[in-house]
Design a protein around this ligand. Structure first.
Ligand code: B12
Ligand code: SF4
Length: 481
């Protein structure tokens, strides 16, 4: 059977503000996970439109499309195109799970929730020529899932080819998060067996790993065992976790010993009212600055996530949030305009209050205001959001934030990481064009190396790397190149 798996590009990936590097970070792990259930003699093609143009001159028997909210319209178009060519087209992912009726108009079958159970079930039905219109997965488990088809991933197109997920969902229930909607009707948080997770790690070449789990520290027993076992594996890794999990017990120390070097942390808001309204109880009365100090003392860089536009936010929220990030030496900040994804408790609340302004899903990208705001105008919210991004990433603020770390190496790593992410766009574009992105991995690994061990030697390595990167950028951006 000829099978085609497609991750269509997100709408913003083709906007004038598109930063190609942001969409060349991670390969389509969900689709590679599904591909593992196909037969060995199936002819399989996996295409990610963020890193390659989609080849439309083919006639697959089965087309599998992953639908996010801002690629929904593009997904539906592609689905229509391939159905006309006689393919059986199936749609799944976050947006299909939120709005199955909408997706059904464009597909032969739709899938709600995770695919590890429903996709193999569908394949059996499809062979018997009796596929159902809708598949829903109530029994969730990650035990005995086949190894992800990483051979289908074009590694050289991604900065972080070694992305991995060892759990699904999260133990919390924030009302703006997709999580409860996606996992509705079954378990909302579950992990792999530690042995299986370790086996998947072993399959990944090199040193660097990026855990895409919503909350890697969410199951304390699992995380403790995983980190204990990873200790001797000589890996460096990045992950995401909540503020309370950083402050509680000694799990974060164990993570650092296992190789954790950078953490995505959901601070979201400083207002207790906002936290209560969003059901983000786990952040209430937690000392955010203490969490950052603890991470920094372990040499872990921080990517802080913040949401603007919650009902208690006023005009001063932007400056306060940026200032706090700089004062607390956050390495990178991810700001979002509050976005009510369909299916979430937030969407239902704003719908009840008649505050939703549009159902144009392309605008649900956390950069646009799609709802009636409370304590500031939509224009002020958008302007404040844009200002915050620009302000946080001025060189002055990057230098100010990095200068406050105790260790010289941490200062340099901070400068390198934040500057590299936001200030070396021409270099990234060049590397993407020349398909050399993957060659930057050793550099990333070097930036993520341990802060306190062999400090002098590593400092000189890092300085060399910084000079090299500066030199490269200067050459690439010079008019002669
Ligand atoms: C990697 C990632 C990205 C990548 C995505 C590209 C890529 N190559 O995958 C990049 C960097 C581009 C990205 C960007 C953004 N992201 Co993002 N991202 C993720 C992340 C961390 C991991 C995705 C993943 O690989 N999961 C693991 C795999 C195994 O799961 P999966 O992809 O969902 O696939 C499974 C199922 O969905 C299902 N499935 C999927 N498709 C299909 C199709 C069929 C036919 C079937 C049967 C099954 C099926 O089966 C798979 C196996 O179970 C998730 C968080 C998370 N843990 O999932 C957030 C997440 C998807 N991102 C999110 C957000 C908010 C964003 C941004 C808006 C952030 C921003 N401000 O810029 C942007 C834009 C996204 C958008 N507009 O929709 C939200 C999405 C909310 C929503 N409702 O859309 C998430 C859920 C994070 C969160 N907790 O809020 N992201
Ligand atoms: S902690 Fe993060 S992943 Fe978990 S429910 Fe809240 S926003 Fe979602």
């Amino acid at each position: 059977m000829k099978v085609k798996l497609i991750l269509p590009a997100l709408a913003e990936a083709e906007s004038p503000f598109w930063r190609p590097i942001k969409y060349s970070l991670f390969p389509p792990l969900g689709l590679a996970t599904l591909a593992a259930y196909l037969a060995p003699d199936d002819d399989v093609d996996l295409q990610d439109q963020h890193v390659e143009p989609i080849n439309l001159n083919d006639y697959p028997d089965l087309v599998i499309i992953q639908v996010y909210i801002t690629n929904a319209y593009r997904s539906y178009k592609l689905a229509g195109y391939y159905r006309q060519r006689g393919a059986y087209v199936i749609l799944g992912g976050l947006h299909v799970t939120s709005l199955p009726e909408e997706a059904m108009l464009h597909a032969d079958s739709v899938f709600l929730g995770p695919g590890e159970e429903t996709f193999p079930e569908f394949l059996v039905d499809f062979k018997k020529r009796q596929p159902k219109k809708v598949y829903h997965s109530p029994n969730r488990s990650l035990s005995q899932i086949p190894p992800i088809r990483r051979d289908l991933i074009k590694r050289d197109r991604y900065l972080v080819p070694n992305s991995i997920v060892v759990s699904r969902g999260c133990p919390h229930h924030c009302d703006f998060c997709y999580k409860d909607a996606f996992f509705d009707g079954g378990k909302t948080f579950y992990t792999q067996r530690v042995d299986d997770a370790l086996a998947e790690i072993d399959r990944l070449p090199g040193k660097h790993l990026y855990f895409l789990d919503d909350h890697l520290l969410g199951n304390i027993r699992f995380a403790r065992q995983l980190f204990d076992e990873m200790k001797g594996m000589n890996r460096v890794f990045q992950a995401a976790a909540t503020v309370d999990s950083i402050l509680r017990g000694n799990l974060i120390e164990k993570a650092a010993e296992a190789g954790l070097r950078s953490l995505f942390v959901g601070f979201e808001t400083f207002s207790p009212d906002n936290l209560k309204q969003s059901n983000k109880k786990q952040n209430l009365a937690k000392d955010y600055s203490e969490a950052t100090r603890r991470l920094h003392s372990l040499g872990i860089m921080i990517n802080g996530s913040f949401v603007f536009g919650l009902d208690d936010d006023k005009q001063d929220v932007f400056k306060r949030t940026v200032d706090w990030g700089v004062q607390n030496s956050i390495t990178t900040a991810t700001y979002h305009i509050l976005t009510p994804y369909p299916g979430t408790a937030l969407y239902k609340k704003l719908e009840r209050e008649k505050r939703l302004l549009t159902n144009n899903w392309d605008l649900y990208d956390t950069r646009h205001v799609v709802y009636q705001t409370k304590n500031m105008s939509a224009d002020d919210l958008k302007t404040g959001y844009d200002w915050a991004y620009n302000e946080f990433y001025t060189w002055a603020n990057i230098v100010r934030a990095s200068a406050q770390h105790d260790s010289y190496k941490h200062k340099l790593k901070h400068l390198f990481y934040a500057g590299g992410w936001k200030k070396f766009e021409p270099l990234w574009n060049f590397l993407i064009k020349t398909k050399n992105l993957n060659n930057m991995l050793p550099l990333l690994e070097s930036i993520l190396s341990k802060v306190n061990a062999k400090e002098t030697q590593s400092i000189s390595n890092t300085t060399d790397d910084l000079l090299l990167l500066n030199d490269l950028t200067a050459r690439i951006t010079s008019p002669d190149s």
